[in-house]
Design a protein around this ligand. Structure first.
Ligand code: KG4
Ligand code: ZN
Length: 331
């Protein structure tokens, strides 16, 4: 079975073709990051228009890369939510219409399910059940995964998502949007221990997160200490350590609570090197295993949507001709 996957929930147009025997046959990605950088965040109207501009050329490129004709595609999967409504509608409209024209089934995919299953695209894929830490620009979730579609949310952020906290703190440090990656780079030249930020909500039971206070803590530190280059690097270091420690503490707690010993990381923030290193060390100590997607499948992409869509199609799920997107949609 071969599925075309379409991702347009935010500011990346991602198109991929996944074959359940051969794996990923093509992976095309166009990022709108430069378009939104001047505004300090994603501008929904501009995002929709840019998806419209890019989506068909990328689909054509994906078919060419896979060396297959549209008659060899068995189904079309598109992200139906959560995300920006206009952006979602572009992918949904094109995906649904192509499936109709090709006389093939279409399936609506939950963006976070895509992220959650992205590690399945790797050679050493995790077996069910596992604990998943989903950390992106829009979500921070701890999920017990017992199989495709069998998800139990154990914890989530009560305010800012981890990636959002990275981006907002990066902005305070004078870095361009989205600053998560640059903050991580700046943190490498920071002095460990000069500043110590809190580990929010770790001193009480539970698996929820809160990251918005860290941004305020960073703002206050900048106010008190000035913002010379070394101080900014030291703040970046302290901030990143606080986020990573907090995520690690909650993962360890969730593993203990569930008795699971496999941890899967996904979403844009799972590309963070310190987070990967620290969770790998923790899982080695716990004699468990850790899995994460390759960096290009951590951030938004079409491959994870094609994969998740294929699993859903195999389970007999398809959508009708009414175009439905869900900007807010719980997993
Ligand atoms: O999953 P994703 O591409 O999009 C959403 O669904 O939100 O995640 C994007 C988020 C952004 O907030 C970005 O700053 C963050 O992931 N991110 C990182 C790193 N790479 C991406 N945050 C920290 N360290 C990184 N290396
Ligand atoms: Zn995402």
């Amino acid at each position: 079975m071969r599925v075309l996957g379409i991702e347009t929930s935010c500011d990346e147009t991602g198109i991929a073709i996944f074959d359940d025997r051969l794996g990923i046959l093509s992976h095309q990605l166009y990022s709108q990051v430069k378009l939104h950088a001047d505004y300090g965040g994603v501008v929904p109207e501009l995002a929709s228009r840019d998806h419209v501009r890019k989506i068909l050329p990328l689909i054509q490129a994906a078919l060419a890369e896979a060396g297959c004709g549209s008659d060899e595609i068995d189904g079309v999967a598109y992200t139906a939510g959560p995300g920006l409504v206009g952006a979602l509608l572009v992918g949904a409209t094109v995906g649904r219409s192509l499936a109709l024209a090709w006389n093939k089934p279409a399936v609506a995919v939950h963006h976070m399910e895509g992220h959650l299953l992205a590690p399945m695209l790797e050679e050493t894929a995790p077996e069910f059940p596992f604990l998943a830490l989903l950390v992106s620009g829009g979500h921070t979730l701890l999920v017990r995964v017992d199989g495709i579609g069998r998800y139990q949310i154990l914890g989530e952020s009560v305010d800012d998502a981890a990636g959002e906290a990275f981006d907002k703190t990066a902005k305070l440090l004078g870095l361009d949007y989205p600053g998560g990656v640059q903050l991580a780079r700046l943190a490498e030249s920071g002095t460990p221990g000069r500043f110590v930020f809190p580990r929010p909500m770790t001193d009480r039971p539970g698996l929820d997160f809160s990251f918005s206070g860290l941004k305020t803590f960073a703002a206050n530190t900048i106010h008190q200490q000035g913002d010379d280059a070394q101080t900014r690097a030291d703040i970046a270091h302290a901030f990143q350590s606080a986020v990573v420690d907090t995520l690690a503490i909650k993962c360890k707690r969730a593993l203990k609570q569930t008795g699971l010993n496999r941890l899967v990381m996904a979403g844009g923030v799972s590309a963070n090197r310190q987070l990967r290193a620290q969770l790998a060390e923790m899982m080695a100590e716990l004699r468990g295993q850790v899995f994460y997607p390759r960096p290009e499948y951590c951030t938004d992409n079409g491959a994870m949507i094609a994969y998740a869509g294929l699993q859903r199609l195999k389970a007999g799920q398809t959508v009708g001709l009414e175009l439905v997107v869900k900007p807010r949609w719980s997993l």
